[in-house]
Ligand binder design. Structure first.
Ligand SMILES: [Zn+2]
Ligand SMILES: [Zn+2]
Length: 172
């Protein structure tokens, strides 16, 4: 019944104004729905799928269709504020670039789907060296290492080489 009520919304992320500015620059409508979707992503350092974003919107009492979420994520990625990842589990996952780990890469466990972030100054050095060799001006790189995490190996899981994904995981 209180669909249009404005009872104290959760404190908006400080990065939301960057998204607003981008939308305006691109001549795209700044809608409340787009803002709420962006706020969900900016409010966590996790790597969320569209399904997870939808669930968090529901927790906030927002009913926003997947099409709007997809579209908003597309714009966010284009804006450079959010990165999308394909960790091989069949969904794209999104994270904003103002999280705890400024420049980081990912270890993706293909069995339990755990994603571990790591930083390597060495990789940044390689990015620079390779770019220089090619007269290239680098802005960012992405690296995902897929395999088995330490816990899964301890539990005796072994790498199956029939494709990158293991069908056992989707029971979770
Ligand atoms: Zn694992
Ligand atoms: Zn990450």
């Amino acid at each position: 019944m209180s669909v249009a009520s404005i009872d104290s919304p959760p404190a908006a992320s400080p990065y939301l104004h960057l998204f607003r500015r981008y939308l305006k620059q691109q001549g795209l409508p700044v809608t409340q729905q787009r803002e709420v979707v962006a706020d969900v992503v900016f409010s966590t350092t996790e790597h969320l799928s569209v399904e997870e974003i939808e669930a968090r919107l529901k927790e906030r009492g927002e009913r926003i269709g997947k099409a709007t979420i997809y579209r908003t994520m597309e714009i966010l990625v284009r804006s450079g504020l959010v990165e999308d990842h394909d960790f091989g589990d069949g969904f794209k996952r999104y994270e904003h670039l103002f999280g705890g780990q400024p420049v980081h890469d990912h270890l993706v466990c293909t069995h339990c789907r755990k994603v571990t972030e790591f930083r390597s100054p060495e990789l940044l050095r390689i990015q620079d060296v390779v770019s220089r060799e090619h007269g290239f001006a680098p802005t960012r790189h992405r690296l995902e290492i897929h395999g088995l995490c330490a816990e899964c190996q301890e539990q005796g899981v072994t790498v199956a080489y029939n494709g990158l994904t293991c069908p056992a995981w989707d029971v979770a």
